[in-house]
Design a protein around this ligand. Structure first.
Ligand SMILES: Cc1cc2nc3c(=O)[nH]c(=O)nc-3n(C[C@H](O)[C@H](O)[C@H](O)COP(=O)(O)OP(=O)(O)OC[C@H]3O[C@@H](n4cnc5c(N)ncnc54)[C@H](O)[C@@H]3O)c2cc1C
Length: 448
């Protein structure tokens, strides 16, 4: 006989949103079980945001040091991956989640280790144990790297982000399959440590979901930094022998010591068992309403909802789901001002709609774009980048801010979009001199 445990709430998957929701609900006095098959905290702290940004921070330090010779004297730079590997080990406690697990149980929650499968309405089974939720089941299964069915790939020691962040040395050469945010961030980080990097991207440019100007800028900077970017390339065959990968794409053959597959993320809804609550197992995402409700007594949050695979989305949705489960009032989900940042150098910040998305929606679109050099600080820093604004009527609906600290500059425009600040009001505010964000004023003047 299976052991049955009744609780108020079962949270399946303890990614950033799941951990946050489970902790808050436990703190509110509910009896909460969090189910986790891997590491409490999910992808972000162990294999995603934190380790990748630590790699990038180190790579940026090298790039900045290399600018000394041009700007401020002489600096000899010898890159070493050792401090990066050491910091990553420390930041992830050597990929151990004890601190995160304790953080949750200290709030009164109970942790069940194992893979949770939805086995009925408000019911989750973990191994032989059945968990029944009186009030709510929260699904936060996150995503896993997609491994495309390329001939010869299976069985080779290819990397996904999970292996890449665990490496103890920068490889001599690296082929990156996929020019999305994960691919380009890793490509530039390793290249700055001396790795010879080639990016193979299936689309016309890297960062294909963002404004075309952003992808073109990244491709241009990569070329100058010695990172080869081949667009319109689909890998057809992979070979591995004597410690080297050979990848055939578009009639050409590419060779490298390491092969990083960064071709997107997926969730296996069949394995999660969502058909038991009437949801489509073959879908890519779980559809939720504006309060994160997916089915009767079931809420879903995070990457699996398809509203943007970002930690901030997962946490934002967790807060909404928690309020709803506790019967508290609060605003429903609103993704108009969804921000995202690709942490390349130049950094690409973006919020809301791209021009193409705004046109697809049939909006009466006006755009304004200015190079960062139009601001004095951009000129002083010899900064590459731009600010592009997308407006409909007297309201901004999207913006892209590429350049130094592009993600930080973007926040001003995120506030404008979130708060529906009229363009006419933005045109008449004071922008501090000399800042990168002063280019916003020029881009506003360019709106047509
Ligand atoms: C290389 C990389 C860099 C990234 N950089 C950024 C960034 O800079 N900024 C940003 O906002 N986002 C970034 N992301 C995305 C970010 O990591 C995710 O959006 C974030 O982790 C939120 O995911 P989530 O809450 O949906 O769940 P996840 O973090 O995916 O966690 C889900 C958890 O659920 C567990 N699980 C799954 N199914 C079950 C089950 N049935 N039973 C029990 N446990 C289960 C998994 O083991 C996992 O621990 C990055 C991702 C990667 C890969």
């Amino acid at each position: 006989m299976a052991e049955v445990t009744e609780v108020d709430v079962v949270v399946v998957g303890m990614g950033p949103g799941g951990e946050d929701a489970a902790g808050r609900l436990a703190e509110a006095g509910l009896d909460v079980i969090g189910v986790e098959a891997g590491l409490v905290g999910g992808e972000c702290p162990y294999y995603g945001c934190i380790p990748s940004k630590m790699m990038i921070r180190a790579a940026d330090a090298l790039a900045e040091a290399r600018r000394v010779n041009r700007l401020a004297g002489e600096a000899k730079v010898r890159a070493s991956w050792d401090p990066v590997a050491a910091r990553l080990r420390e930041a992830t406690a050597d990929w151990d989640d004890k601190a995160a697990a304790d953080r949750f149980t200290d709030k009164g929650g109970r942790l069940v280790r194992g893979f949770g499968r939805v086995s009925g309405p408000r019911e989750v089974t973990v191994g032989e144990r059945v968990l029944r939720a009186r009030r709510a089941v929260v699904l936060n299964p996150g995503t896993e790297p997609v491994v495309p069915p390329i001939e010869g790939l299976e069985g080779t020691p290819f990397w996904t982000n999970r292996e890449a962040v665990k490496t103890t040395r920068a490889p001599e050469s690296l082929l990156v399959l996929g020019g999305g945010p994960i691919g380009v961030e890793m490509a530039q980080a390793f290249a700055r440590f001396g790795t010879r990097v080639t990016v193979l991207e299936g689309g016309r440019r890297p960062l294909s979901r963002e404004e075309p100007e952003a992808g073109d800028l990244v491709a241009q900077v990569f070329e100058r930094e010695g990172i080869a970017v081949h667009t319109g390339q689909k890998a057809e065959r992979v070979g591995y022998s004597d410690g080297r990968f050979t990848v055939e794409a578009g009639g050409r053959s590419f060779e490298a010591e390491r092969f990083l597959v960064a071709t997107g993320r997926k969730t296996d809804l069949g394995r999660l068992g969502v058909a038991k609550i009437g949801l489509d197992e073959s879908a890519r995402t779980i559809t939720v309403d504006e309060r994160m409700r997916a089915a009767d007594g079931v809420w879903a949050i995070g990457d699996v909802t398809g509203h943007g695979a970002f930690t901030h989305v997962s946490m934002y949705q967790a807060a909404i789901a928690v309020r709803d489960i506790l019967g508290q009032d609060g605003p429903p989900a609103d993704y108009r001002a969804l921000p995202r940042v690709t942490f390349t150098d130049p950094e690409v910040g973006a919020v809301g709609l791209t021009e193409a998305q705004a046109r697809e929606k049939g909006l009466d679109v006006r755009t304004g774009c200015t190079p960062l050099s139009s601001s004095s600080r951009g000129w002083i820093h010899e900064a590459e980048g731009f600010i592009k604004l997308v407006a409909a009527g007297d309201e901004l609906v999207g913006a892209t801010t590429a350049g130094p600290a592009g993600g930080e500059v973007m926040s001003a425009l995120a506030v404008a979009i979130h708060g529906r600040v009229p363009v006419s009001a933005l045109k008449h505010m004071i922008y501090a001199y000399p800042t990168f964000h002063r280019a916003i004023e020029t881009a506003l003047a360019e709106l047509k």
